[in-house]
Design a protein around this ligand. Structure first.
Ligand code: EPU
Length: 310
């Protein structure tokens, strides 16, 4: 579809919000890698969001919902069609409580760490192990984010989502199939908000657990560098990072992407890395691990978009 054609559709549809054309995705990913999205849209109201969704479908424009961009690798040719950001929707509030628990309604664009901090300040327990995980609550739900035995699915009561037809509805969490770093939320669906249930606890104790997990993370993971977190899923019963490390890959480099010397399942953008550098390094690391251990690694990050046209 021609750019002008896309522009016409969007000028008509996007009543409240912002649309940017040929927006570099490197500005919206923690890796700082990724070619341009044809259109990057940040609607401010739900009705604009719904209109967009419906019009994309009607005009057969591909559609990609983006959370915090912290678990994706966007290829160098960028993303065809529309990238829809939910970052403007970030309200969170307690909606009910009983003697032991509090129920929060949380918008998809809320930063997960904002939620962890809120829980710590109020003495709400259940997501301490998620401390230090970047990204939005919507993204965390889609990928069932977790660490140290905690997973976001364990505190979810329900998820409000827009289906691929543009209809908004609420599903109970126990109706969604969650797995290790995966959820039954489909690619064409958009998470709008969620209700989560946290246990009332002593502020001091929640805070101490959060601090402890953060300390462990800072010691074992390169949190200050440009990465997308763990690149590969852990094969059953073993850490992918350990396999990559023992295959001698720490410090291995392709272009400006390097296997972290701190934790081998993190690949770092050392400056001006491209997605093709990143993918070549993934292939080389997989090859070495397969050769040494006979194990085939599976990506944990989502690789999206089109290859660059040379
Ligand atoms: N190890 C090494 N070398 C390395 C990295 C790890 O020998 O370079 C060893 C460690 O010494 C330890 C074992 O491997 O004995 C496990 O390491 P770690 O505790 O760091 O856990 P992990 O299995 O590598 C998983 C998750 C992380 C999560 C941590 C903590 C995956 C792919 N990784 O890592 O999640 O933060 O446990 O719970 O599930 C992510 O999803 O992006 C992520 C970083």
């Amino acid at each position: 579809m021609e750019r002008q054609e896309l522009k016409d559709i969007f000028d008509e549809v996007l009543i409240e919000g912002e649309a940017k054309y040929m927006e570099p995705m490197s500005a919206h990913t923690s890796l700082r890698i990724g070619g341009p999205a044809d259109i990057f849209v940040m609607p401010r109201t739900r009705s604009s969001l719904m209109n967009l969704h419906i019009n994309c479908k009607r005009s057969r424009i591909p559609f990609f919902p983006l959370g915090g961009g912290t678990n994706v690798l966007v290829r160098d040719g960028g993303i065809e069609g529309v990238v829809l950001s939910s970052m403007q929707f970030r309200n969170k509030e307690a909606v009910k409580e009983d003697d032991t628990h509090v129920y929060l309604s949380v918008d998809a664009g809320t930063m997960l760490q904002g939620l962890v901090n809120f829980s710590r300040e109020n003495g709400y327990s259940g997501i301490e192990g998620l401390a230090g995980i970047p990204g939005t609550v919507g993204g965390a739900i889609c990928g069932n984010a977790g660490a140290y035995g905690y997973e976001i699915k364990d505190v979810l009561v329900s998820v409000e989502r827009m289906d691929s037809e543009g209809k908004i509805g609420r599903v109970r969490a126990d109706e969604i199939v969650f797995g290790y770093r995966s959820s039954g939320i489909l690619p064409g669906e958009l998470v709008l908000s969620a209700e989560i249930k946290l246990r009332k606890d002593e502020k001091r104790e929640v805070s101490a657990r959060v601090d402890n997990f953060l300390k462990m993370k800072r010691e074992k993971q390169p949190l200050r560098e440009m990465s997308a977190g763990c690149v590969f899923k852990n094969p059953s019963g073993v850490s992918a990072g350990k396999l990559v490390d023992e295959a001698g890959c720490k410090g291995l480099r392709t272009g400006d992407v390097e296997v972290s010397r701190v934790h081998a399942n993190f690949f770092i953008n050392k400056g001006k890395a491209s997605a093709s550098d990143f993918i070549r390094l993934m292939e080389e690391v997989s090859r070495r691990v397969k050769e040494k251990f006979g194990v085939v690694l599976e990506p944990e990050i989502k690789v999206v978009g089109r290859d660059a046209v040379n």
